[in-house]
Ligand binder design. Sequence first.
Ligand code: FES
Length: 112
Amino acid sequence: MPDITFITNGGKVITAPEDSNLLRMSLREKGGIPFKCGGGLCGTCKCLVEEGLENTDAVKKKEEKLLTKEEIEQGYRLACQTFLKGDVKVSWEESPKGGNAGAGQVKPKAEA
Ligand code: FES
């Protein structure tokens, strides 16, 4: 069964059933990938498959809309549109602008 490593979440590793959806597994196991719509519309779940891109299924049309060609070439996927056939390691950007970021953001502002 595929192992998912959530790099941005301290390297947490979970084991997922074959053909499982990346975002669904993240939700179930508290992997921490950000999301909003869960349906390939918002782009919030954008993540980088740092290892195991060959273990993911084909890039969907919705992903081609929300990701640039370059991003797709680099291995970016929308977690809610990605299904797994084998081990992957994923990272993502943590809430870029503070906003309602989750706990655990330790980014002191440098004083000018
Ligand atoms: S959660 Fe909105 S595109 Fe994946």
